[in-house]
Design a protein around this ligand. Structure first.
Ligand code: ZN
Length: 674
């Protein structure tokens, strides 16, 4: 019997080979007398390009749209053809196959597409593990599943791939051609709503008009400790603020009228799912979502953490027995003092909840001691390690104190915080230092007099909504459902834009296509991205509710609750609708200037010339004239005044010459020798 094991990546194959003692090496695979193990390199098979269905599709044409193939075709990816051939040979040779690609939607698809293209039926079993430790792999091989258990997952994966391809292909071609065909305007079910979030926040930020407000402040002193008290509300009226401040001149003491003490208990945070980890890491260290995912993937392959592409923040009851060893493993070094405060391991419902785990549980450390980590890997690992320790620590208890003063009848408040019990915060190795420290207040008995040292009245301004960072964007994507009004609560609360496994990739696509850029830690749309936002903001393709609903339906397919054929029909109808919508739109390009000849706002600035897009007008202005590239100032002079000053360095038959330029009556460029 020759069993062929197929993994998603070489590194995972090596781990499994070690556990199963598969030691013989060959080109592209390992083997022993019982097993052969080989690997994919991510996706080896992809959807065929449109021209494979019909040669005429190689040219983009509005009239061909929508392109909806009756039956989709797959082709072997060019760059990884060699590995595919190795796998194909092994599949044909094998008696049976064990699918050991990553345990998730994309992992399932990677295996199934290879198997589909090879096209030879063999018995298949599925390995389903959440970590790569020896115990996990052994347990997984002892409990291999029939592949048919994962048919719904495959159906969901396939539906996702084909439908995103259909919509992206058709909408991108339609919009690009409708907008003149000069700039690639890439549109997609997930990337377009994401771009919209970034652009909308950016516009709200730059268009924000700060309003002045006033809030008088007292500098107080008690037992030689200074603290401040702030007027209880913001005032929009400068004169009223001045009146208050004036009426306090000469007052040197005031009584503490009342004190409110509120105890606040802060439970330790939930464990990390991928999006939660990406948000936290971006916040603390500024790594992009993609970088965090790749660091987490490495930690997983090194066996130090469990499978990172998860959307669960919980653990299952059957994991309780493994907690002690995991905690011992991470409760060393910087985390040792926190670990040692755990007196008894108690399993809280807050963390252990079978109902809140689907494919994978939260990301937690394994019991494998982490060695040889890079600085970045160490940062991410420590966060994950700390999160598990925190889950078994006591709550943090704070006392929030408010003092109420009323000098001359005006209400002023002092707010401060005292930490009564540090609890899980002891395991917080990294803190965001841009958070304001809570003010420490002196202990003042009620009715006691305190000194007023100074009265301040500064003009302050309301602040614009902050630009999005990766952390705040991920939070918005995760909770996008909540941005939409009155719809099915269940759908909206559960689904956002994209999935934890794909969000990093989506943001990356926007960068690669030059639609967004970094501005410090913030994300902003740039020229083409902003234009794309304006073109698509009214269209269904940028609709946040749509993409959330779609994700919901894919989950239903995965659960076997929605027939694939029904989803397919909906997507085809949706694709037609999107294309019709784009075809019907009048593209109001934001980058068109007024043409000096026909006076219509149809002049397009291209890389080498100004070109009028009005059909009845032939105006063009090339930027290189007689071998000389003219300057932006020259172009401006021509457009505004119809002529330029003398420009040096034109090239003619008899050598270089200098001249001014002007438009003739037909708005053609002419030399203007004076
Ligand atoms: Zn014109």
């Amino acid at each position: 019997m020759n069993k062929l094991i197929i993994t998603e990546k070489p590194s995972v194959a090596m781990e499994i080979a070690k556990v199963l003692k598969i030691n013989q090496r060959s080109d592209g695979y390992l083997y022993n007398d019982k097993y052969t193990i080989s690997w994919a390199v991510g996706h080896l098979v992809e959807l065929a390009e449109p021209k494979v269905y019909d040669q005429t599709y190689s040219k983009w044409n509005l009239n061909d749209l929508p392109i909806i193939p009756q039956k989709v075709q797959f082709v072997v990816k060019k760059g990884t053809k060699k590995q595919f051939q190795i796998l194909k040979k092994q599949i044909l040779k094998a008696d049976s196959i064990i699918c050991a690609t990553d345990a998730g939607r994309e992992g399932e698809l990677i295996f199934r597409l290879i198997y589909r293209v090879v096209g030879k039926k063999k018995p298949i079993e599925r390995l389903w593990v959440s970590s790569l430790t020896k115990q996990a792999i052994q347990a997984g091989f002892a409990a291999l599943q029939p592949i048919s258990n994962y048919n719904n997952l495959y159906a969901a994966a396939m539906s996702r791939q084909v439908s995103d391809w259909l919509v992206g292909l058709n909408a991108t071609r339609a919009l690009t051609m409708q907008a003149g065909g000069n700039t690639l305007l890439s549109v997609g079910r997930v990337q377009t709503p994401t771009l919209r979030l970034i652009a909308e926040r950016y516009l709200a930020h730059i268009n924000f008009k700060p309003e002045p407000f006033w809030q008088p402040e007292l500098v107080m002193s008690y037992n030689n400790q200074q603290f401040k008290a702030v007027y209880f509300e913001r005032l929009n009226d400068k004169n009223k603020a001045k009146e208050i401040v004036d009426s306090l001149q000469g007052i040197t003491t005031t009584k503490l009228i009342s004190v409110t003490n509120k105890e606040r208990k802060e439970q330790p945070p939930l464990l990390y799912d991928l999006t939660g980890l990406q948000k936290k890491v971006n916040n603390l260290f500024g790594y992009s979502a993609k970088e965090t995912l790749s660091i987490a993937q490495k930690l997983y392959e090194k066996k130090y953490i469990t499978y990172p592409r998860t959307d669960s923040k919980h653990l299952t009851d059957d994991m309780k027995g493994t907690m002690k060893a995991r905690l011992q493993n991470v409760g060393v070094g910087a985390l040792q003092p926190a670990y040692e405060t755990i007196e008894k391991i108690e399993f809280s419902k807050r963390y252990f909840n079978n109902n809140k785990v689907t494919d994978h549980h939260a990301i937690i450390p394994t019991n494998e001691p982490a060695k040889t980590l890079s600085v970045k890997e160490n940062n991410v690992y420590l966060l994950i390690a700390a999160s598990l320790i925190m889950a078994f620590m006591k709550p943090c208890i704070k006392l929030l104190t408010t003092y109420n003063f009323e000098p001359n009848g005006h209400k002023f408040l002092s707010k401060g915080t005292v930490v009564l019990q540090e609890g899980w915060r002891m395991a917080e190795l990294f803190k965001n230092n841009d958070k304001e420290e809570d003010e420490l207040l002196p202990k003042v008995p009620q009715n006691e007099s305190v000194k007023i040292v100074a009265v301040k009245n500064q003009t302050k301004h309301t602040k614009a909504p902050p630009l999005l960072t990766v952390a705040t964007l991920l939070a918005l994507m995760e909770n996008a459902g909540k941005l939409v009004e009155d719809d099915d609560e269940e759908i909206l609360n559960k689904f956002g834009i994209g999935t934890p496994a794909t969000r990093a990739g989506i943001i990356d696509v926007l960068f690669k296509r030059n639609y967004i850029a970094n501005k410090g830690k913030s994300l902003i749309p740039i020229e083409t991205g902003l234009m794309l936002y304006h073109l698509t903001k009214e269209l269904y393709i940028s609709n946040i509710e749509m993409t959330g609903n779609w994700e919901y339906k894919l989950k239903q397919i995965e659960a076997g609750e929605q027939p694939v054929i029904q989803f397919k029909q909906q997507i085809e109808a949706y694709t037609k609708k999107i294309v019709d919508e784009i075809k019907a739109m009048v593209v109001q390009r934001t980058d068109m200037e007024e043409c000096p000849k026909c006076k219509q706002k149809k002049l397009l600035r291209k890389s080498k010339l100004l070109d009028c897009t009005n059909d009845g007008c032939d105006f063009q202005l090339w930027f290189t004239i007689a071998g000389k590239k003219i300057t932006a100032k020259n172009i401006k002079d021509l457009m505004n005044n119809g002529h330029t000053a003398i420009i040096k360095g034109f090239k003619g038959k008899k050598g270089k010459f200098d001249t001014a330029l002007k438009f003739d009556d037909n708005m053609k460029i002419k030399f203007n020798f004076k």
